[in-house]
Write a protein that binds this ligand. Structure first.
Ligand SMILES: O=C1C[C@@](O)(C(=O)O)C[C@@H](O)[C@@H]1O
Length: 254
């Protein structure tokens, strides 16, 4: 039985999948403008993609900007994500710096959720999960492949590992090379939901072919979907307004 994750006033894993959009500005003023757009579009959750920030390697600048973002977005749940280059992000950090940055975000009280990549040393993922929980922050344990989609069993095994390591929201984003790959992702999510998950999961197939997975989460078992504001943070994201309409149509038909 999946228990929803309640962050501020938002229940992730209950009813209509929640819409998240990313802040991808390089400077504080660009981030402020983007935050304003996301508030106007009333997204449920905001992700700050810190790897897009020009001063991402300066922890005190990051923390100061994180505090500003919190002041701009009010009570909207905030995800802090430093996406590494090897998983489709913009920058790379040394292992120690990645850990220190995520710990600083978790203990700041400004970020509600930190995103930790599954393909780090297992001990590091565990340490970050425990640290975040001790500071009342939740954790997305994530995995991305911008080239391909592995077999169903492998997708399930990654999501199960993310759950086992204590991730509150196991997440996977994969690139399909065919529509059959999109079906594989959806099939894996549904099996995960029915047989293994005790918490909400997030899964999407990227690119144009995968866009159906970004609207069908309620049917197959993905609790949150990433929509695009002005610019998408990953290929295949659907504009927020359209996403809302389609999610509502599907919800009313289910
Ligand atoms: O992991 C994800 C999902 C994502 O890659 C997508 O495909 O929508 C977008 C990223 O910003 C986010 O961190």
């Amino acid at each position: 039985m999946v228990q929803p994750l309640i962050i501020r006033d938002i229940a992730i894993g209950e009813g209509i999948p929640k819409i998240c959009a990313s802040l991808i500005g390089e400077t504080a003023s660009q981030l402020k403008e983007e935050a304003h757009v996301l508030i106007t579009e009333s997204v449920d959750v905001i992700e700050w993609r810190v790897d897009f920030f020009e001063k991402a390697d300066d922890k005190s600048e990051v923390l100061q900007t994180l505090a500003s973002i919190r002041s701009w977005i009010g009570n909207i749940p905030l995800v802090f994500t430093f996406r590494s280059k090897k998983e489709g992000g913009e920058k790379e950090l040394e292992r120690e710096a990645y850990i220190a940055l995520n710990k600083a975000a978790a203990m700041s009280g400004y970020a509600d959720i930190i995103d930790v990549e599954l393909f780090n040393r297992e001990a590091d993922v565990k340490e970050l999960v425990e640290f975040a929980h001790a500071h009342k922050a939740a954790v997305i344990v994530s995995n991305h492949d911008f080239d391909k989609t592995p077999a169903k069993e492998e997708i399930i095994s990654r999501l199960r590992k993310a759950q086992e390591l204590g991730g509150d929201l196991p997440k996977i984003a994969l690139m399909p090379q065919s529509m059959a790959d999109v079906i594989t992702l959806l099939d894996a999510v549904q099996t995960m939901k029915e047989q293994y998950a005790d918490r909400p999961i997030i899964a999407m197939s990227m690119g144009g072919q995968g866009s159906v997975s970004r609207i069908a989460g309620e049917a197959f078992g993905s609790a949150l979907t990433f929509g695009a504001a002005k610019k998408a943070s990953a290929p295949g994201q659907i504009p927020i307004k359209n996403l809302k309409t389609v999610l509502t149509i599907l919800h009313e038909s289910l």
